[in-house]
Design a protein around this ligand. Structure first.
Ligand code: FDA
Length: 503
């Protein structure tokens, strides 16, 4: 089936005929539309009156509803944007930058069951679950099982795993996507497929190739990982005038080559560098390790706290281990801030003088920060072609530039966008080149945007942004796309284009 010319009413009638209850279909005329639309939006930049809105939100409560949304969308010329946790940095799960596009949001928030099988160390999780809900369920089932994924508990499982997903356990266990055993997906024909029926090509693509392009993943079977009953965390803050520049400079050489069971990340904000660590072991050993490898940091046993892994997820999200675990279940309410971020991969340590020159940027702009997430360990062991996520061996760390603000207004927006773009520009000499790479889950429309040629996304134009996220894996992703969705039904401004047939 191709993609018909649009008919909104026919789309809504088709959903009803396919037994999707009308109370799950929110249209702009209904009182539930606006609250449902903003329910998981995280970025105020995309809730302005001018933001293009979906013609309907289909809040799927079971697999059949998602299948109906795809089949009806296809039949009646309505594109479907999947939304799990709504954290997309550029809002692509609920808005379209092409004002003529007629699209519906397929909201998966209700599909969020987590079923943990502690004996087999496996779990099935619905895409609509948040990372916090997943962590909470794993922590409730066992004190020695965990799942390696991102730091922020409100992030949705669906988008996160689709783009890779990294957090405090990545140096020991890799990405969230590295620990997927199976998945259930609705394809472009509305069929429900699992790993066996989708085949290894498509199963490869959905584990890091970015959301939206290949179908709607409804649930994921995960391999849970072993952690000790007691883990150790610490946070050490050093101001600029007390050696922060020297510490960051040295950190670049040390952190990617530390043992795999420790991570030491850095958040640089205002005039401070904050060193945050998780160690899969006891405080005494961590203090000994830091003394031997990074004595300049001055870490001692009095800096550490021994807690459980589940408490560590609360610690990194809220900077306190004494807060209740139930905070992990809070899905967040309305968006409270505007933000814009960009990312880089650093392959050679950045010289001290370059770090010195970032302080004035951070001083000028109190609401800007840098996040340095070290790789190495398991991240460097996985081959760059094993999953679509190519940033493996040779990458010291991921560097994220993040600006956030609270005041509305075009001038404020412009100031913050230029800040983040300006700092990114300054760092160009020191980061990956040819191409300058970035992380797809830190989506950045500045890297490029799809163009439609004929009725499908252009592969040549897509390559411009695509190779920045996926390097050599981009072509293989496009080949999978051509196989599973040649008509390009699932698309957005940075979806994978179908690889044109060889002439
Ligand atoms: P959302 O629902 O917006 O979807 C993102 C993209 O995936 C969209 O294109 C969407 O259409 C598509 N999609 C969503 N569900 C899908 C499904 N079921 N099937 C197919 N496609 C689907 N990352 C990280 O690695 N480590 C971290 O620590 C953090 N921390 C973090 C904090 C905060 C505050 C934010 C806003 C973001 C992060 N991230 C992150 C980035 C995060 O991993 C990224 O934004 C994810 O794509 C978010 O997934 P959601 O499901 O929430 O997004």
């Amino acid at each position: 089936a191709g993609f018909a010319a649009g008919d909104d009413d026919a789309f809504i009638r088709c959903l009803a005929a396919a037994a999707v209850p009308p109370r799950l279909v929110h249209t702009p005329g209904s009182a539930s539309y606006a609250p449902t639309l903003v329910s998981s939006i995280r970025n105020l930049r995309f809730v302005t009156p001018g933001t293009p809105r979906p013609l309907a939100i289909v809040a799927a409560a079971e697999a059949g509803h998602a299948q109906a949304a795809v089949r009806c969308g296809r039949r009646h010329g309505v594109r479907v944007r999947a939304r799990s946790g709504g954290h997309d940095y550029e809002g692509l799960s609920y808005l379209s930058l092409d004002r003529r596009e007629r699209f519906a949001v397929l909201d998966l928030a209700a599909l969020r069951d987590v079923r943990v099988d502690a004996d087999r160390a496996e779990a099935w999780v619905g895409s609509g679950a948040t990372l916090g809900e997943l962590y909470y369920a794993v922590g409730a089932a066992s004190r020695t099982l965990a799942f390696p994924a991102g730091v922020c508990p409100t992030v949705g499982v669906g988008g996160h795993i689709s783009g890779g997903g990294f957090g405090t356990l990545m140096r020991r266990y890799g990405l969230a996507a590295d620990n997927v055993l199976d998945a259930v997906l609705v394809d472009a024909d509305g069929r429900l497929l699992n790993r066996t029926t989708m085949g290894e090509g498509l199963f490869w693509a959905i584990r890091g190739g970015g959301g939206e392009s290949f179908g709607v993943v409804l649930s994921w079977k995960l391999r849970l990982v072993r952690v000790p009953e007691t883990v150790t965390v610490f946070t050490i803050r050093r101001p600029r005038n007390q050696s922060a520049t020297d510490l960051i400079t040295k950190w670049q050489e040390i952190s990617p080559s530390l043992p795999r069971d420790v991570i030491l990340r850095v958040v640089v904000q205002s005039q401070h560098a904050q060193f945050e660590s998780l160690f899969l072991g006891r405080c005494r050993r961590l203090a000994r390790l830091m003394r031997a490898r990074f004595p300049e940091l001055g870490m001692t046993q009095s800096d550490c706290q021994e807690i459980t892994w589940i408490q560590s997820t609360v610690y990194f999200a809220f900077y306190s281990s004494s807060k209740p675990l139930e905070l992990l279940l809070d899905r967040g309410t309305e968006p409270d801030r505007y933000f814009k971020a960009k990312s880089d991969y650093v392959q050679e340590p950045i010289p001290r003088h370059a770090w010195e020159s970032t302080w004035p940027w951070l001083e000028e702009h109190d609401a800007g920060l840098l996040i340095l997430d070290p790789y190495g360990g398991e991240m460097a062991r996985v081959s760059p072609a094993a999953t679509p996520f190519p940033h493996r061996k040779g990458n010291l760390y991921n560097l994220q530039y993040y600006s956030f603000w609270f005041e509305h207004g075009a001038e404020t927006l412009e100031r913050h966008l230029s800040w983040v773009r300006g700092l990114y520009g300054e760092m160009e000499p020191y980061v990956s080149k040819n191409p300058r790479t970035g992380y797809v889950n830190y989506r950045d429309m500045d890297l490029g945007r799809n163009e439609i040629e004929g009725n499908v996304t252009s592969y040549t134009k897509g390559k411009v942004w695509g190779e920045k996220y996926f390097r050599g894996n981009f072509e293989r992703l496009a080949a999978v796309k051509a196989m599973v969705d040649p008509d390009d039904f699932f698309r957005n401004e940075q979806s994978i284009p179908p690889l044109p047939a060889a002439k």
